[in-house]
Design a protein around this ligand. Sequence first.
Ligand SMILES: [Zn+2]
Length: 307
Amino acid sequence: MINRRNLLQFSMSASATLVLSQGLNQKLLAQNTNLAVQSINSTTALITGSGCNVLVKKAANSELLVVDGGLQANAAALRSTIERTLDSRRISTLINTHWHREQTGLNEELGNRDTKIFAHENTRQWLGTSIERPWEDVIFEPLPAQALPTEIFYHYGNMPHGNDVVEYGYMRQAHTDGDMYIFLPADNVLHTGGIISSDAWPLMDWWTGGWIGGLVDGIETLLSIANDSTIIVPATGPVMTRAQLVVMRDMYAQIFASVRELFMQASNVPETLAAKPAGTFEGQLGASDMFIELSHWSLIPHYTPDA
Ligand SMILES: [Zn+2]
């Protein structure tokens, strides 16, 4: 069961478990006003402040792997921060964990260089089309051709990065329908993609294939990979431990069960919001109305026979 003490556990930053190492350029840690660098180990860093958590890994041959790229407005500053922090300009691979603009803003910056841009096939398709979601007055235009992923996958696999191996996998329909995780076994670091934030409710983007039941399943996938020592990097917010991810899994499972029960009773959106299915957790993650409303809509294709 969820209780307040468990929730407070995952509000506690796991950064205390991080060891600041000498391998990264320490002078940069306080240099940029917007971007902040957190050292994970001598070859791996977390960069915050560009729109999402950006995980960077330097291989022995100095090639850089970058997981997610923040908003495009921050692309030049982020690239510069990455290159100076890791003391290399060889960004060989950029991974898009899903199509959202908070993750894909570095694509155009790196798309004309010799960088592999890697993503799930569904992510590549969303990035290549115009998207207008019904809950906002925004049109996301397709990315230019040179900014689209250059290599795609469907299920799971691994790729070499210098002497290391990068493991990745698809989490099916969860936050969107193109969500992937990335696991660095040598560092025991797991990037969750978009399905988890430790400081906010995720956007339940049912318009591009997400749904709350799949979000719970996606967290189960992450739990099957992590062990008690794994450093878990969410989409935004402080890094997490596996124990904190278990608490989060239980919370989303409880909310999913409540919203689904209301949905099956033919509750409409105002009725579901009034029932406050996530009210217990708002002290931790803030107002939940948008998450609950989008979660309600996300159930329609899964529980309505004629949808
Ligand atoms: Zn997202």
